[in-house]
Design a protein around this ligand. Structure first.
Ligand SMILES: *Cc1c(COP(=O)(O)O)cnc(C)c1O
Length: 360
């Protein structure tokens, strides 16, 4: 067996320990004589898996009792529609456009009501987070929407926007569980798990109870109503059971690492190694303004497309894979999620130094 250092933006690296445990339980989960994949979602063992996963997530994030945790499907992209369909009581929402995912969410919301783009960093290819301290928040806005960590561009909100009392909704797909978070500042926190938590197919929605009502847009499918899933404790229909099981294992792993404060410390240390190198390198350059840099996704370029391609190719041959930047921005991107070991980043930087020396 030989494992690579996988810098993919998602689906992404998972803790090796978790994969090993899952492998050991593949044929016989705790004496049930079957795999979790083969198990009824209404069985006792699965009930325990999903309840434990929720309890561990609540503990990790300090989720208050007046928030529901939902394990859903359809990826983060389905939430682009579910959010307006469920939350637009006045038919108005404000969006802060900091990249492609925020833009997609905004465009989807426009189908269901009035979505206003109240700030954007499109003018500089989304390389920064706009000042959100005093935005023209709509008086009757049902919510203010952000994508908290921009997976493609590598920016992160270091302070949350001033929503002037309106409900904050955040897509945290690529920064989920990377640092402590004050859940009470949000109405909805959601993310696809395939970036920083588990296998694709699960989206976790953490939603304040008062936002879960029957008063949804006319015609909203049953499966797209938060109330359906909240009432049924995520078991209205067959949930992505195996994915939830792996997420649960990652939550246990995170607790063992010391929780989210410890993860933040580790993530800062890892990111610093890479950013410090980018700041001193004569060949490689980071593409994001320093104060808005993401701890999770680090885009960089050499300024020469041919050299970028050569780097990506040689890096892959050396065991550092998926470093090609998103097709919309080019260059490189190293995603260094929770499960990327410090050693992976150190070795990548050593490889970059060597490449720089050879290609001056
Ligand atoms: C990957 C990603 C998405 C899309 O996720 P899907 O699960 O593929 O729908 C949305 N938002 C962010 C921030 C992402 O990183």
């Amino acid at each position: 067996m030989s494992r690579v250092y996988n810098f993919s933006a998602g689906p992404a690296v998972l803790p090796e320990e978790v994969l090993q445990e899952a492998a050991a339980e593949m044929l016989d989960y705790k004496g049930t004589g079957m795999s979790v994949m083969e198990m009824s979602h209404r069985s006792k063992p699965f009930e325990e898996i999903i309840n434990t996963a929720e309890a561990d997530l609540r503990e990790l994030m300090g989720i208050p009792d007046n928030y529901k945790v939902l394990f859903l499907q359809g990826g983060a992209s389905l939430q682009f529609a579910m959010i307006p369909m469920n939350l637009m009581k006045n038919g108005v929402a404000d969006y802060i456009i900091t990249g492609q995912w925020a833009k997609k969410a905004y465009q989807e919301a426009k189908k269901y009501g009035t979505a206003n783009a109240i700030a954007s960093s499109a003018d500089k290819t989304f390389s920064y987070i706009p000042d959100c301290s005093d935005l023209p928040i709509s008086e009757n806005a049902d919510y203010v929407y952000i994508c908290e960590n921009n997976t493609i561009y590598g920016t992160k909100f270091k302070t949350l926007p001033n929503t002037k009392g309106k409900t904050l909704v955040a897509d945290v797909s690529s920064c989920f569980l990377s640092e402590p978070v004050d859940v009470s500042r949000y109405g909805v926190i959601y993310g696809g798990v395939q970036k920083n938590i588990g296998p694709a197919g699960v989206v976790i929605v953490i939603i304040r109870e008062d936002l879960i009502t029957e008063d949804v847009l006319a015609g909203t499918p049953t499966m797209m109503q938060y109330k359906t899933h909240a009432d049924a404790k995520s078991l209205y229909n067959t949930p992505p059971a195996y994915g939830i099981y792996i997420c649960g294992k990652v939550f246990k792993w995170l607790k063992k690492q010391g929780g989210l404060a410890a993860m933040k410390e580790r993530n800062e240390k890892k990111a610093k190694i890479l950013y410090d190198f980018l700041d001193e390198s004569k060949l490689f350059k980071g593409t994001v303004v320093k104060e808005d840099r993401s701890l999770m996704n680090v885009p960089f370029v050499t300024g020469n497309e041919e050299l970028d391609a050569k780097f990506v190719k040689e890096a892959a041959a050396a065991g550092f894979v998926n470093l090609k930047g998103h097709r919309s921005v080019g260059g490189m991107r190293a995603s260094i999620y929770n499960a990327m070991p410090l050693e992976g980043v150190e070795k990548l930087v050593a490889f970059m130094k060597k490449f720089e020396e050879e290609n001056q």
